[in-house]
Design a binder for this molecule. Structure first.
Ligand code: GDP
Ligand code: MG
Length: 423
């Protein structure tokens, strides 16, 4: 049984909490793309955790966690993240954490290059998290990457790294006019942060294939959302990897297997971190109230998130490209204080009203068509069954379900593990 939990919108939909909840019924949780630009928040009896690299299943001792070949891994960050989890009492051993030998290492010069490029772009910046993600994926496709498995073959790595650093310094010095990176510093960094994780490195493709054949239940945890997918997202304001469910078998190393179920996570309203078109964006007091009510500040970066009403054209598109079979609608409780709830029902693209998600300059030109539905104006955080919800809240769920064309299976009404309703 292979399931994926993926974001329908711009990310931060609450994937981490849904993985934490649903992984109870799974044997394995796999991250298949992205790096430490993710911020997945999990709140349970052990405390509050913000996971950047580690699959959210790490908080369940019986779950095996896999960091797949599609990931880019900053070893220094991994070292810190593991340290924090271990000191909070989380068990991490080669039995419950497996890191793909084919995953790519995000190095200090990738972070440096990311910052140099954002600074060069100045006002036209992409809104990168500056964690080196675009440069490291760039290197992967230029075939200049250093992979996790290389740590186990130091002689070959040394030779490869020498050539790569010579190449990288051409860009750093001659394009950006910055100080070159030294081989010794990078080598030292690789030893300091690479040596302690050697015991976790394995052929995760083989492991997952055997696990699937043995009937184990495997869950894929995506980072970000459909609108940040490198192919289908709002390019170039996307991430540098495929965030969609279809990539899960590739990014985890089992392209020979098919997904059985895709859970799309979407928020009851919209948020967006970073630059680029965000058609439904609200400003002023209405936006501030929503941002405060939802605590909308980036989990990885602390940046205030841009906010807006639920966006039907964007979410319909997200549902389609994710191939979602069912939806988890999160943060319904955040809308409780609003008398009337705005919904972006369509886009106006140069006078044409559409529910389809536009391309390029059409998206830049799009204006939101906003309508208001009735709010419920009462606390719903204690609701645990659909019939506990006030009628207006239930109507909101049914309305969104119909508009995006996918069954809403879960509604979350609070950040903690048990604060949700199953439909
Ligand atoms: P992810 O990146 O998709 O895993 O989502 P984030 O963790 O970045 O952002 C989701 C935020 O919403 C976190 O702070 C969660 O603790 C919080 N959250 C998740 N579900 C709910 C909910 O139902 N209600 C409320 N109030 N907060 C929630
Ligand atoms: Mg997040």
């Amino acid at each position: 049984m292979l399931s994926a939990i993926v974001g329908i919108n711009w990310g931060d939909e609450g994937k981490g909490r849904m993985v934490d909840l649903l992984s109870e019924n799974y044997d394995v949780v796999v991250r298949y793309q992205g790096g430490n630009n993710a911020g997945h928040t999990v709140i349970n009896h052990l405390g509050k955790f913000i996971l950047n690299l580690m699959p959210s299943g790490i908080l369940r001792p019986e779950v095996v966690n896999v960091m797949g070949n599609g990931m880019v891994i900053d070893l220094e960050h991994l070292h810190k993240e593991m340290g924090k989890l271990i000191s909070a009492g989380v068990k991490i051993t080669p039995e419950n954490l497996k890191i793909s030998d084919r995953a790519v290492i995000c190095l200090p010069y990738h972070v440096m290059q990311d910052c140099l490029e954002e600074e060069r772009l100045a006002d036209a910046k992409y809104g990168s998290t500056r964690r080196g993600i675009a440069p490291v994926y760039g290197d992967k496709y230029m075939k200049k990457a250093i992979r996790i498995g290389d740590l186990l073959q130091p002689e070959a790595l040394k030779k490869h790294l020498e050539g790569v650093i010579e190449w990288k310094n051409l860009t750093i010095e001659k394009v950006y006019g910055a100080q070159p990176v030294s081989f010794d510093a990078i080598w030292e960094w690789l030893k300091t942060y690479g040596d302690p994780i050697k015991e976790f490195i394995c052929d995760t493709s083989l492991y997952l294939d055997e696990a699937e054949k043995a009937g184990k239940k495997i869950m894929f945890e995506a980072q970000l959302g459909a609108l940040r997918d490198i192919d289908f997202g709002i390019y170039p304001y996307t991430s540098s990897s495929n965030t969609i469910a279809a990539y899960a078998p590739i990014g985890s190393g089992i392209p020979n297997h098919k997904l059985h179920n895709v859970v799309g996570v979407m928020k009851a309203y919209s948020t967006c971190v970073g630059e680029g078109p965000f058609t439904c964006e609200m400003f002023g007091k209405e936006a501030e109230d929503l941002r405060e009510a939802g605590g909308e500040y980036g989990a990885a970066t602390g940046r205030p998130r841009r906010v807006g009403p639920f966006d039907i054209p964007a979410s319909r598109y997200g549902v389609r490209v994710q191939g979602a079979d069912e939806i988890a609608l999160t943060k319904m409780d955040v809308l409780s204080g609003f008398e009337k709830i705005p919904v972006c029902v369509a886009y106006d693209v140069n006078g044409t009203i559409t529910k389809n998600f536009p391309f390029g300059a059409d998206l830049d030109a799009a204006k939101p068509v906003v309508e208001y539905v009735d709010g419920w104006n009462c606390d719903i955080t204690k609701c645990r069954k659909p019939e506990d919800l006030p009628k207006a809240a239930l109507d909101y769920v049914r309305y969104i379900e119909k508009e995006v064309g996918c069954k809403i299976k879960y509604v979350s009404v609070g950040a903690e593990r048990e604060e949700y309703i199953e439909f």
